[in-house]
Design a protein around this ligand. Structure first.
Ligand code: GLP
Length: 259
């Protein structure tokens, strides 16, 4: 696990976007795993800038998103499909038919999840997975108590995640946040060949500490990433504050990135 510590989230987002751009340049048929939330928005803007500057093209890229709320149509303005269309897909040259988000309205949720897993496998697996992190250390919607080997399934959100998500989305109305979601499993995520996780702000301090230096435990599902051999954590100073070896990680990752 490499921890890149930047002064600001803007700086971290730029570096993370460069990593994604480099991957797509190297393999124009890259299979991306994508995330929602406030955190990746700056990085998505940087990715869009690179497309505009003709540095890279997503025409042949395929993507699979991490999760979606159960009960929301992709046209609902709080759905993750809608979020992706607005915050990334409309801004880059990806073909919308090559983008995949779980269907929160599927009649048979189990079938939907199993089909999603099959699609990812048929595409050759995810080359690069983008992740955010919940304040309780969850990745995708894999809440504390989820098996670190879990596969894509219907999951139940904790009250703290519902509260976090209502603060930024759903106009603050907690009651409107669905209590269930479809989510890639921890095991599914860990199979990605490369992982880029973004974490910004004080609110993510404990989550980053648990992810990087905590024991590997289902109580902090991001800690499963410790067993991944190409995982990059891009964070700002605030999110990295509680890391015991912060300075060492920052030096090591900066050296590896040639910064
Ligand atoms: C949700 C998403 C996660 C995301 C998290 C943090 O729970 N399912 O994928 O990482 O929110 O979101 P934010 O970046 O807004 O803090």
């Amino acid at each position: 696990m490499e921890v890149v510590v930047c002064k600001t989230k803007e700086e971290a987002s730029k570096l993370a976007a460069e990593m994604v751009t480099a991957q797509v340049k190297k393999n124009p048929k890259t299979v991306l795993g994508l995330a929602t939330g406030a955190t990746p928005v700056l990085m998505y803007n940087e990715m869009a800038k690179a497309v505009k500057a003709k540095k890279v093209s997503y025409k042949q890229v395929k993507s699979w998103n991490l999760d979606e709320y159960v009960g929301l149509a992709g046209t609902h303005d709080q759905s993750y499909r809608y979020f992706m269309n607005e915050n990334l897909f409309k801004k880059i040259d990806i073909q919308i038919k090559n983008t995949h988000v779980l269907n929160g309205l599927a009649k048979d949720l189990e079938k939907e999840c199993a089909a999603y897993e099959r699609q990812i496998k048929a595409a050759g697996g995810i080359d690069l997975q983008v992740l955010g992190i919940g304040s309780d250390g969850h990745i995708a919607f894999n809440e504390p108590g989820t098996s670190l080997k879990s596969r894509t399934s219907c999951v139940y959100l904790t009250p703290s995640t519902i509260k976090d998500n209502a603060r930024l989305f759903f106009k603050g109305k907690e009651k409107e946040v669905p209590t269930r979601a479809l989510s890639m499993g921890v095991g599914t995520i860990c199979e990605a060949k490369k992982i880029v996780l973004l974490a910004f702000g004080e609110n993510k301090q404990n989550a980053v500490k648990g992810c990087v230096e905590g024991p590997m435990t289902q109580f902090c599902t991001a800690s499963a990433l410790q067993a991944h051999n190409d995982c990059w954590i891009f964070c700002d100073e605030a999110a990295a504050k509680k890391l015991t070896l912060k300075k060492y990680y920052a030096w090591r990752s900066a050296t590896k990135l040639g910064l």
